[in-house]
Design a protein. Structure first.
Length: 197
């Protein structure tokens, strides 16, 4: 009997200390996890949107719009006529312009001509090929509205497309607007023709 009593005292003390140390371990783990979560959230940078000029403006209060407004933004889509506000002055625009093509691409990249004016593209790249075509590549449909396959047989000159490689190509622009073009052989080379009334 004495043995059982002594055994019970030892085992009860063992479980008491074991339960106490387990409880302490659990508390230490919880504190470590909470500390880690706090450290992680506190050390993360707060995202801030910076305007282009690099200054940050923080408004004192958020403005609230009252009433109603009809807002419209002027738009000029490539391949469509510009409106009067976006049209460059036609008084200074020439009736003919020459654009050269070299290893560095087309020069000048953007030209302005009067409606009915002619742009002549000249290939000055040694051993290079030039095939001027309206965007989008490879359809060349932006200016005339027809695909390359549809408009290249056109001999009336209504499609802005050279239709084959060559050293020179001229096109008379009858439509007012901004017209992008590229070298069909090297589509990374391109520019813009702005046609004003």
């Amino acid at each position: 009997m004495c043995y059982n009593t002594h055994y019970n005292i030892i085992t009860s003390n063992y479980f008491f200390f074991m339960n106490q140390s387990s409880l302490i371990r659990i508390i230490v783990i919880i504190i470590a996890v909470l500390g880690g979560v706090y450290w992680y959230t506190a050390s993360r940078p707060v995202p801030v949107e910076l305007p282009v000029n690099g200054t940050v403006l923080v408004p004192e209060e958020t403005p609230v719009a009252t009433g109603s407004a009809n807002v419209s933004e002027p738009t000029a889509t490539i391949g469509t006529p510009n409106d009067e506000n976006n049209t460059p002055s036609s008084s200074a625009a020439p009736m003919s312009v020459t654009v050269t093509y070299a290893a560095s691409g087309f020069s000048p990249k953007t030209v302005t001509i009067k409606q009915g004016g002619t742009v002549t593209f000249k290939n000055e790249q040694q051993g290079g090929t030039m095939w001027v075509g309206a965007n989008e590549h490879p359809s060349h449909a932006e200016y005339g509205g027809k695909s390359r396959a549809e408009h290249c047989p056109d001999t009336a000159g209504t499609a802005f497309d050279q239709c084959a490689t060559g050293n020179a190509y001229s096109f008379t622009f009858q439509k007012v607007g901004s017209w992008d073009y590229h070298n069909h052989v090297n589509a990374n080379d391109g520019g813009t023709i702005v046609v004003v009334p």
